[in-house]
Design a protein around this ligand. Structure first.
Ligand code: PGA
Length: 256
């Protein structure tokens, strides 16, 4: 089965509102010819509405980088799924390794967030991935398996069409070290098998599994050409319209 490629840009904690406006505008202008590749940009919370105004009549989708699972209440500093939805966002990154590493997120909190996102009509991009030590200990598949089972606990089969998984080896994030296409493909194929075991082959075959970790125009083609790599979650290279749109154009060529 041919899955169409999905490219998402994770802006992380970058861009003031005026900078965000400028970047979103540039990305929009450079991607007007894109027809088959799904494009998602994930600015910080503060810029969501500003960016939405720029992209709402384009093919670019809006995503957030995190959310809290409660609907509303006394949770100072937190943002709910409903609030994100009201900005125009369709997607939300959940369980990014930086959230797990610096903000104490666990497989349980990831699962709660995934459920709350789905209930509010947001599509989660669930991040999984191993540390360098775990890779060297040869426990990558166990680590990723635990994250996948944790994230998908009690998720209904019909919700799976609204979920994206991003495999992001932590040692490759922001380091300039990319997993080789073969290293990434091996884990992607395993993730698909895990999902087939948890649900069934049809669900597994249609699941979009993105790769993330130092994706740039120079390595996008070899990564995206792999059988089980259906897209990229891009950090550093998405902060410049030129490099982000180059990656999108590489994906578009492969989508043909
Ligand atoms: P990077 O980040 O492309 O800068 O490595 C990817 C990510 O963290 O999603």
């Amino acid at each position: 089965m041919k899955r169409s490629i999905v490219i998402a840009g994770n802006w992380k904690m970058h861009k003031t509102n005026s900078e965000a406006l400028q970047l979103a505008n540039q990305i929009r202008m450079k991607t007007t010819d894109i027809q088959k590749t799904r494009m998602i940009i994930c600015p910080p919370f503060t810029a969501l509405s500003v960016v939405y105004e720029v992209i709402k009549d384009s093919a670019i989708h809006l995503g957030a980088q995190n959310m809290f699972w409660e609907k509303e209440g006394a949770y100072t500093g937190e943002i709910s799924a409903g609030m994100l939805k009201s900005t125009g966002a369709d997607y939300v990154i959940i369980g990014h390794s930086e959230r797990r590493q610096y903000f104490g997120e666990t497989d349980e909190t990831v699962n709660k967030k995934v459920k709350a996102a789905l209930e509010n009509g947001l599509k989660p991009i669930i991040c999984v991935g191993e540390t360098l030590e775990q890779r060297e200990e040869n426990i990558t598949i166990q680590v990723v398996g635990k994250q996948i089972r944790g994230a998908f606990a009690d998720i209904a089969e019909e919700d799976m069409q609204n979920i994206i998984v991003a495999y992001e080896p932590i040692w490759a994030i922001g380091t300039g070290k990319t997993a080789t296409p073969e290293q990434a493909e091996e884990v992607h194929a395993e993730i698909r098998k895990m999902v087939a075991d948890l649900f069934n082959d049809t669900v597994a075959e249609s699941l979009i599994i993105q790769y993330g970790g130092s994706v740039k125009p120079e390595n996008a083609q070899s990564l995206l050409s792999q059988q089980d790599i259906d897209g990229a979650l891009v950090g550093g290279a998405c902060l410049k319209a030129d490099s982000f749109s180059s990656i999108i154009h590489i994906a578009e060529e492969l989508n043909k």
